[in-house]
Design a protein around this ligand. Sequence first.
Ligand SMILES: [Fe+2]
Ligand SMILES: [Fe+2]
Length: 412
Amino acid sequence: MNANLKKIHVADVRLGMYVHEVCGSWMDHPFWKKTFKVSNANMLKTLQDCGIQEVWIDVSKGLDVGADAEAFSEEDEKLKVDETLLSAVKTVKKSERTVELHQELGRARMIHARAKKEVTSMFQEARMGKALQLEQAESLVEEISQSIMRNQCALLSLARLKNKDDYTYLHSVAVCALMIALGRQLGMEGDALRQAGMAGLLHDIGKIMTPEEVLNKPGSLTREEFDIMKQHPRSGWEILKIAPGVSEISLDVCLHHHERLDGKGYPEKLSGESISLFARMGAVCDVYDAITSTRCYKSGWDPAEAIRKMAEWKDGNYDESVFHAFVKTVGIYPIGTLVSLASGRLGVVADQSADSLLTPKVVVFYSGRQREHLYPEMMDLSKSLDEIAGIEKPSDWKFDPEMLQGLVQLGV
Ligand SMILES: [Fe+2]
Ligand SMILES: [Fe+2]
C-alpha cells in the first residue's frame, strides 16, 4: 500500500495537486494520461466538470488536501471493495452449463471468428451509408446466445482477445456476449436475452461517424475532441432509427449506454429511474470490456483489477443490483486473471462456475519461489488444499498477456 495516495472528491482538487488516477472509465473523461499535475485553471475546470466524482492524488508529488476535506487511504478503499465484492457473490443464481469448457471452446472460437467478420462488414456497410440488414446479425446473436447457454466461460474468455485495429468490432461482440450472460444472471430468458445481446452488438455503431484521429488518438483528448467522441450514442441512434427491424431496446441501449445514475453521463444526462434496465446493463458491460481492452492510448486492466476498480467507482456510476449480478457473472477472479496461490505457485484462472467463484479452476504454470516455469496443470481449487493468496499483475512478472490467454485456451 502506498501511504502517499489519497482518494478525494473532485471538488477538493486544487492547482498544484498531483493526480495519480482518475476514478472512472477512460470513456467517461478526457484524461487518458494516467498521472498528471493539475497545472492550470482550464485543466482543473475540465476535471471538475467532466462527470468524474473522485480522484486519487499522490501527496509526495504535489499538494496535499486541506484538513477539512474528506480523504480515503488505499487501505480504506481495499476493505470497502472486498466487502462489496464478497456481498455481491453471496447468493449466486446457478447458471447451468450443459457442456464442459474444453468442449465448448472450439465451437466458441468459430462463433467468435464469424462474429468478427460479420460485425466488421455490418459496420463497413453502415459507413458507406447502406441501411443495416439485421438478418445475419440476428442469427449471430442466436449462436452467441446458444454458446453462452452451453458454457458462458468459453466465449467470455475469447471476448477479451482484441488488437488495436479490430477493437470496435470485437468490443461489440464482447458486449453482446456479456449482455446475454448478465441478462441470464438477472433471470431473463428467450427473447429478452436475444434483445439484450443484439443491443450489445449494436451499441457503438455510432462510432463509425467518429473521425479516426479522435477515435484512436494516442494522447489525451481536447475538450472539443471529447465532445465529438460523446456524439457517438446519438449518431448510432440515428443510424438504427432508420434501419428496418431494430427494436426499441437496441435504440435505447445505443442512445443511453453512457448515461449514469447520478445524472452525470451523456448524451441526455438522464438519471435514476429514467434509465432503463437494459441501458444500465449496457453501461456496466461496456465499461468492463472497455477497461479490460488494450487501446492505442492505454493498456487494458486485468479482469480482476477491472472488477475491483468498478466496485470502487460504483457509487453513482452503475445500478447496484446490476453491478452485483455482473460480479456474479464474471466472478471476482474472472477468467484470465493471474493469481498467486498459498503454495507459492502462480496460475491463471481458466474456468469457474456459480459454486466456485472464490475457488475457480486455475492453470498452474509457474513457481513464484523458484522463478521458473512449471509444466501447465489444471487445478480445481474447490477440490484442493491450495487457495488463492492474491491477484498478481502480469507485468510485475514480465508475463506476456497473450501467453496467459494461451494457457486459458489450452484447457489442459
Ligand atoms: Fe459507447
Ligand atoms: Fe462501447
